[in-house]
Design a protein around this ligand. Sequence first.
Ligand SMILES: *Cc1c(COP(=O)(O)O)cnc(C)c1O
Length: 362
Amino acid sequence: MISRIRPDVRAMHAYVVQDAHGMVKLDAMENPHSLPPALQAELGQRLGALALNRYPAGRVNDLRDALASYAQMPAGFALTLGNGSDELISMLALACAVPPSEANGFKKAVVLAPVPGFVMYAMSAQLQGLDFVGVPLTADFELDASAMLAAIAEHQPTITYLAYPNNPTANLWNDEAIEHIILAAGEQGGLVVMDEAYQPFASYSYQNRLTRHRHVLLLRTLSKFGLAGVRLGYLIGPSVLVAEIDKVRPPYNVSVLNCEAALFALEHQEVFQAQALDVCAQRALIFEALAKLPQVHAFPSQANMLLVRVPDAQKTFDGMAARGVLVKNVSKMHPRLHQCLRLTVGTATENHLMLTALEASL
Ligand SMILES: *Cc1c(COP(=O)(O)O)cnc(C)c1O
């Protein structure tokens, strides 16, 4: 009976995937490039030869090793895999959801993150019985360091997320603010997750600062790199910490198909690197084109998306959709995103169509 489903779940809205049929799809930060035909054929051979009748086994160790080398994982650190980084975000919440008791003053564990930010942080917290605390960014989408520090002192978060670059604002954060937040979160015993989903398009990574701390985890995904359909995320952190989080992972969460496709992509990483370079070059061209439109304000981007403010986001979104271009209207997500649209960077042709549709829909 439906009444036995959790009331908070019944009150939720299901995650909506916009219908993109027949449209220029620039709503979900996907890599616009597909695999070259020769590589498609080679991958097809590899996938066809897999033992689909067997549970995933030792091959995931090969993938862990390949990712550890790709991400230059430091000594003393370990890596666990997720079915997309979304699954790792759920696993983190699950592993940290200490139930309210006398020992913790009957308080739920807290997940803290700047907002507007990635929706899964709040959703994973709610579903696993943690509280979510969102700390507003400044008006230009910088970390509000003093507000973050005050919130850490007040709420003693178990997990603090910093998306680097952030979604949907596409920017990196100030180094000094990050270090203050990481220290404060650690001093009260919490974890910090640096979520680097957009690392392929960013000029900085937290990777080379990881060994400064024992409570910081690096979350990455192959989705924006070019394998959104494959579902493969990874979490890097001090071995002792990762070993605990790994215990809540469903045993066969990464299928043999995901695993082999990810290994194949890493063997051909120069193809994806060239695609990421193209996306960054296209991002610069879009930025230049938008600078010529006085009604549009484009925020600086270190990701494969641009956040723009227009006079009327709904009107522009509808106008673009009517012209066959699907973007994301984020203007209702948070007050700071008033009249904002999020544009994913596509191919040169797609971006041209997008810019034409945008200009015609202001
Ligand atoms: C897209 C995204 C992810 C999730 O990616 P998966 O496809 O589940 O690996 C994680 N974090 C941020 C900030 C994202 O934008």
